[in-house]
Design a protein around this ligand. Structure first.
Ligand SMILES: C[S@@+](CC[C@H](N)C(=O)[O-])C[C@H]1O[C@@H](n2cnc3c(N)ncnc32)[C@H](O)[C@@H]1O
Length: 242
């Protein structure tokens, strides 16, 4: 069992935080089509519970989803049985030749791997570039500094019919720490689990510069199509020139 997005948080993310994947999907489909990627294989890094993979399959694409969380991959396989899914880190997994790579909802920010420093991100960009066909695109978003004011610990909760999640957030030196407590109803009782997620926050200009250094043509956007990302987030379309 992996340490992150264990069974209950994966369930809650799927049940209660699906809007990001669902609302960004039409805009990303449009980006693929505008770039001439109308069919073939799309590799979805950090595929979560397979919401975006389901949309891709319905639109006629072949999909390979990769996620570090076994619980997420289990949900993905149920949601999109036509697609292929693998448990693994996007910083190490083999990315096969494809027309597009996606990483939706802050996937590249997570510090789940022991060594997810700047060089690993650059190496990821190089691996994606190598895997893409000429004209292919890497579409993703990232969180930047300014998620929480310095010195502040922000606390919030969200609830569904059979779960509650409490989150404490703190930002220090471009690292966001989220302490997450989940309570999920199992039978008559609520089961508690706790996870701590850390994310490195990147300036959009820093990411765009690294992508250009690898050879990509880069467009930075406030969202995917009509779906605007939350404050201090940016979306990127990195195209491999033909
Ligand atoms: C906020 S969720 C987004 C899931 C999905 N893309 C969506 O939009 O619903 C972030 C996902 O990234 C995955 N993730 C984070 N770091 C990862 C890594 N190094 N390798 C693979 N997956 C990773 C997590 O397990 C989680 O499923």
């Amino acid at each position: 069992m992996t340490e992150y997005y264990r069974e209950d948080l994966a369930y809650i993310h799927d049940a209660g935080h699906a809007e990001f994947a669902i609302e960004s999907a039409p805009g990303i489909l449009e980006i693929l089509s505008q770039n001439g990627v109308g069919e073939g294989l799309v590799v979805d890094l950090g595929c979560g519970s397979g919401l975006w993979a389901r949309t891709l399959v319905d639109a006629g694409y072949r999909v390979l989803g990769i996620d570090i969380s076994e619980a997420m991959i289990w949900l993905s396989r149920k949601r999109a049985p036509e697609a292929e899914f693998r448990v693994g880190s996007l910083f190490g997994a083999v990315i096969p030749p494809c027309g597009a790579v996606t990483a939706v909802s802050e996937v590249i920010n997570y510090l789940f791997d022991p060594d997810n420093g700047g060089r690993r991100l650059l190496r990821l960009f190089q691996r994606v570039y190598e895997a893409l066909a000429p004209g292919g695109v890497f579409v993703f978003d990232a969180a930047g500094p300014g998620q929480v004011a310095q010195g502040i610990v922000s606390r919030s909760f969200t609830e569904g019919t059979d779960w509650v999640v409490l989150v404490e957030k703190e930002e220090q030196q471009r690292v966001l720490t989220r302490r997450i407590s989940t309570f999920r109803k199992v039978g008559e009782l609520y089961r508690r689990d706790d996870e701590v997620h850390r994310q490195r926050l990147y300036e959009a200009s820093e990411i765009a510069g690294e992508l250009r250094g690898v050879g990509f043509e880069v467009r930075t956007m406030p969202g995917y199509g009509r779906y605007l990302l939350p404050n201090a987030h940016s979306a990127f379309v990195a195209r491999k020139p033909e």
